[in-house]
Ligand binder design. Structure first.
Ligand code: IDP
Ligand code: MG
Length: 161
């Protein structure tokens, strides 16, 4: 069954500093996810705390909140069939050492503290995280991708013939 989902994915500050913005977006686009929101931004402390609230109290929490604010991130909303689990599958496990080869974290990162990308882990966290970083009017979901354009074109031609 078609299971259309939206997920929040971000190139974290280390990914931006490493020059991997394009590479990360390319992988998700080529996989087939539709980019319906995209922006570079500096994360505020409030956003960082809201984003990583589930980790509050853990030993690495303060460093994590500082790290996500240590430089600009590129946040995006991806849409597609089972986009939440699919995007996380492409990112690989949190610790690059555990991540399967071919995943973003295995291919580009050495340690879990600097693991290049973030991706929502459930429908609830996707909705929450999208709302932290995007206003509703910043989501552009009413455009046709190439496959849809071709279908529209074929339909229009049949009407002419
Ligand atoms: P995820 O990003 O794969 O969903 P989470 O467990 O949600 O992983 O952790 C959020 C982020 O916090 C990770 O991506 C990583 O950057 C950092 N992190 C997670 N666990 C540790 C740890 O044990 N030490 C240091 N940083 C960690
Ligand atoms: Mg997480």
């Amino acid at each position: 069954m078609f299971d259309l989902e939206r997920t929040f994915v971000a190139v974290k500050p280390d990914g931006v500093k490493r020059g991997l913005i394009g590479e990360v977006i390319r992988r998700f686009e080529e996989k087939g996810y539709k980019v319906i929101g995209l922006k570079m931004l500096k994360v505020t402390r409030e956003q960082a705390q809201a984003h990583y609230g589930e980790h509050e109290g853990k030993p690495f929490y303060e460093r994590l909140v500082k790290y996500i604010q240590s430089g600009p991130i590129v946040g995006m909303v991806l849409e597609g069939h089972q986009a939440i689990a699919g995007a996380r599958h492409m990112m690989g496990k949190t610790d690059p050492l555990d991540a399967d080869m071919g995943t973003i974290r295995a291919d580009y990162a050495l340690v879990k503290e600097y693991n290049i990308v973030h991706g929502s882990d459930s429908v609830e966290s996707a909705e929450r995280e999208i709302n932290i970083y995007f206003r509703p009017e910043e989501i552009c979901d009413n455009w046709s991708n190439m496959a849809e354009l071709v279908i529209e074109c074929l339909r229009a031609n049949e009407q002419i013939i």
